[in-house]
Design a protein around this ligand. Structure first.
Ligand SMILES: Nc1ncnc2c1ncn2[C@@H]1O[C@H](COP(=O)(O)OP(=O)(O)OP(=O)(O)O)[C@@H](O)[C@H]1O
Ligand SMILES: [Mg+2]
Length: 258
């Protein structure tokens, strides 16, 4: 399968701590790839690396045939890499729709003059952008809450709004850091459906960090396991469940995969 993004022997070091240790991995066209591992394994560091918040100490990140080790975060968003955060970063005093509009890839693209004079074409463009943002909100199931302040949404819906914001950037790779955190089991079932729908309807790759093993086994095309910054396993759900290294990395061998 076509590789969209590749990491070659990538390490990230913070002083004496090696958060990622010579990690080789790739993201393939159209897949749902999950990154799992115990607390402190390096999962969020990996996302920070992919989005340009951190740069590798060594190794290469290759995206669209280009080494992007030093590319700034906003340029990576323009290239199509978007994420959600482990702790949501919404604009809590703005409405649901405004949150998505602010994230939209073309929202800052109208020049000053155009904004002042509001020519017909600009208005049409605005209407189209608002429509696109509403479509993203429909996908995550929040289109009925356009005027609600983000800060007053229940936590699970705040996470869905983050996904809509990431989609509005026009992303090609969507990185989701623990999207099910704070959700109850029925919300998780809905989230799984929505992530599948995203994967099917949009032409995007989804990389997912999640602690809910049942959800991971259900949704993933492929799974990568990190432990202390090292990739210890990679494969489909069955392979991962039976991998002795994975079993011993989790709870000293007592894993509830359901
Ligand atoms: N900016 C930083 N400075 C120093 N150490 C850091 C920094 N960011 C992460 N680390 C360390 O790197 C290691 C990996 O952290 P990371 O947040 O990537 O883990 P994680 O797998 O996302 O864990 P969790 O499941 O708890 O979210 C940890 O030991 C963490 O303390
Ligand atoms: Mg994390």
């Amino acid at each position: 399968m076509e590789k969209v993004l590749e990491l070659e022997k990538v390490s990230v070091q913070f002083g004496g701590l090696i958060a990622l240790d010579k990690v080789d991995m790739d993201v393939r066209r159209g897949e749902i790839l999950s990154i799992i591992g115990p607390n402190g394994a390096g999962k969020t560091t990996l996302f920070n690396l992919l989005t340009g918040i951190y740069q590798p100490t060594s190794g290469k990140i290759i995206y669209k045939n280009r080494v992007i080790n030093k590319l700034q975060p906003y340029k990576r968003v323009n290239l199509g890499i978007a994420r959600t955060f482990q702790n949501t970063r919404l604009l809590k005093n703005m409405t649901v729709l405004e949150n998505v509009l602010v994230a939209h890839s073309q929202c800052n693209g109208e020049g000053l003059l155009e904004s002042v004079f509001s020519f017909g074409s600009v208005n049409r463009k605005r209407v189209a952008i608002v429509q696109e943002c509403i479509e993203k909100l429909e996908v995550v199931g929040l289109a009925h809450k356009l005027d609600v302040f983000a800060g007053s949404l229940p936590y699970g819906e705040q996470r869905l709004l983050e996904i809509a914001r990431a989609l509005a950037t026009g992303c090609e790779i969507l990185l989701l850091d623990e999207p099910a955190a704070g959700m109850n089991s029925s919300e998780k079932v809905e989230l799984i459906k929505k992530i599948r729908q995203l994967s099917n309807e949009f032409n995007i790759e989804i990389v997912l960090i999640e602690h809910d093993i049942g959800m991971i086994m259900d949704i993933s095309d492929r799974i990568i396991v990190l432990n202390y910054g090292v990739k210890i396993a990679e494969g489909g759900a069955k392979e991962i469940q039976n991998d002795p290294n994975v079993i011993s990395a989790y709870l000293g061998g007592e894993v509830d995969w359901d």
